[in-house]
Ligand binder design. Structure first.
Ligand SMILES: Cc1cc2nc3c(=O)[nH]c(=O)nc-3n(C[C@H](O)[C@H](O)[C@H](O)COP(=O)(O)O)c2cc1C
Length: 466
């Protein structure tokens, strides 16, 4: 990260109460007042020449509201007190300060009960929290108490706690403390640092938590580089397949908790009449969707995906999702069906940005996905496609209801990388049931798609994990 000047403008840095959990939730979220507040710039008596000497009487609420427009990351500064007990506090004021020497900075409130105990030892560790660690942040935004009771951690070289799940940690010696109003400016000399798990960071903005959402694929090049290169390699196969089967063939990658469309190939004679799927489109990576990414994954990744079904999902759902994963693995591909559902999803996606929590489409997409049965992508719910007569139907399938909602719409097959993990998923869209009908000359689209995915896997030097 490029060094930046210390961010004295963090809302908390000037408002000691801003970051208390109560003040946070009732805090300055949302738009400001229609006009400037009595103490805002431009209001009477402020900023006039000759008044510079007086301490500016800025209303603290207004200060917080204006500065709340600046988003910050969220970190937990940890250490051991003199008795060896772990101590920590949540901060939004963490920043890098200098490359040479390597310095970082943050602003602890002078009323912090934890910081003096950490400072007394002269060492601390900064833990950058992941997007899913809001509850960890809340734990450390509480004054005093044993904040580590429920949280697994391991010691950094300094002995200070590295919290499980932190996306990065920076272990420091206390370099300097400068007074900064009701806060202190703390400089830490970086001794050791490392990335933790690969996840998006937690972001704090206008009194609420969120996460980074890129504006373009390029902004994610670091995360998507392999997938984009693979998609390029897959393109000839995809184009050939789309043309041969008269369907659309797309490649998607799983990034964080989203599936991102990274390439598409459309047949000029696509019978569907539908708009091609947008490259860059993101769909939440939520059960029961995304089975082709998860079916061959290790235990941890499978668990993370299942966890996303939510704590309140019925007990049988997790088992049914496991069954679907086993069926996808056994068959070698996943399906998607339901003309109505696909139509609804496309309508929501066309209008909304489902990655922006403030957008109404954000919740609408998640609701649509959660309403799907756990076996939605299971190929076992669909009869083995036959070529020729086009009589394949899903009516006998598990959870099949017959009619358009069971009509096959997509078939997905994984492309494996060198380490046997799924790098991309190739999907044929517009595979309207009956299956055989989409294939010119009675070709089986499932077999054709799987063959294309296998060819790309080979070209990549990848292998099927078995
Ligand atoms: C998002 C967020 C950012 C915060 N940033 C800071 C900060 O930069 N400096 C600070 O002293 N407190 C900050 N706090 C508040 C402290 O975490 C809070 O006052 C906590 O109770 C301090 O704990 P302690 O008294 O055990 O030290 C922040 C809280 C939140 C939720």
């Amino acid at each position: 990260m490029a060094p930046q000047p210390p961010n004295a403008a963090h809302p908390d840095a000037a408002s000691p109460t801003a970051a208390s959990p109560t003040a946070m939730s009732a805090g300055p979220a949302g738009p400001g007042p229609a006009g400037p507040s009595p103490t805002s710039p431009g209001s009477e008596g402020q900023g006039a020449a000759g008044q510079e000497a007086a301490a500016p009487a800025i209303d603290t609420g207004w200060f917080r509201q204006v500065l709340g427009n600046f988003p910050t990351g969220v970190a937990v500064v940890t250490g051991l007190d003199k008795g060896g007990a772990p101590v920590g506090l949540a901060v939004g004021s963490f920043t890098s300060a200098s490359l040479d020497p390597p310095l970082v900075a943050f602003f602890p409130d002078r009323r912090s009960s934890s910081w003096p105990r950490i400072a007394a030892t002269g060492r601390f560790c900064v833990n950058i929290l992941g997007y899913d660690q809001e509850s960890v942040c809340r734990t450390f935004a509480v004054r005093g108490g044993d904040k580590f009771a429920e949280l697994p951690w391991r010691p950094a070289p300094s002995g200070a706690p590295i919290l499980d799940g932190a996306v990065a940690w920076i272990d420091c010696d206390l370099e300097a403390v400068h007074p900064a109003g009701d806060h202190d400016l703390v400089l830490g000399l970086v001794r050791v640092l490392d990335v933790g798990r690969s996840a998006l960071p937690l972001v704090f903005f206008q009194g609420g938590y969120g996460r980074f959402s890129p504006l373009s694929l390029a902004a994610w090049e670091g995360d998507l580089a392999v997938q984009l290169r693979t998609a390029d390699l897959a393109r000839p196969q995809m184009e050939e397949l789309a043309a041969r089967l008269g369907a659309e063939c797309v490649a998607s990658a799983a990034v964080g908790d989203e599936m991102v469309l990274v390439a598409n190939a459309v047949s000029g004679s696509s019978p569907s009449g539908e708009l091609p799927t947008r490259v860059g489109q993101r769909i939440p990576f939520l059960p029961p969707l995304g089975t082709a990414f998860v079916a061959w994954a290790g235990e941890l990744a499978r668990r993370a995906w299942l966890d996303r079904a939510g704590r309140d999902c019925p007990p049988g759902t997790a088992r049914a999702l496991e069954t679907t994963l086993a069926e996808v693995r056994a068959a070698g591909y996943a399906v998607g069906r339901g003309a109505g559902w696909h139509g609804e999803l496309n309508t929501v996606l066309a209008k909304a940005d489902p990655t922006d929590p403030a957008d109404p489409g954000h919740d609408a997409v998640r609701r649509l996905i959660r309403a799907l049965p756990p076996g939605y992508e299971s190929p076992s719910a669909a009869p083995t496609p036959t070529s020729g007569d086009g009589q394949a139907s899903l009516e006998e399938g598990r959870g099949a209801r017959g009619g358009r909602e069971d009509e096959l719409r997509t078939v997905s097959a994984p492309v494996f990388g060198r380490d046997g993990t799924v790098v991309l998923v190739l999907t044929l869209i517009g595979v309207h049931g009956p299956l055989g009908a989409t294939a010119a000359g009675g070709e089986d689209p499932v077999a054709a798609l799987r063959a294309a995915a296998a060819t790309v896997t080979t070209a990549l030097g990848g292998h099927h994990p078995g």
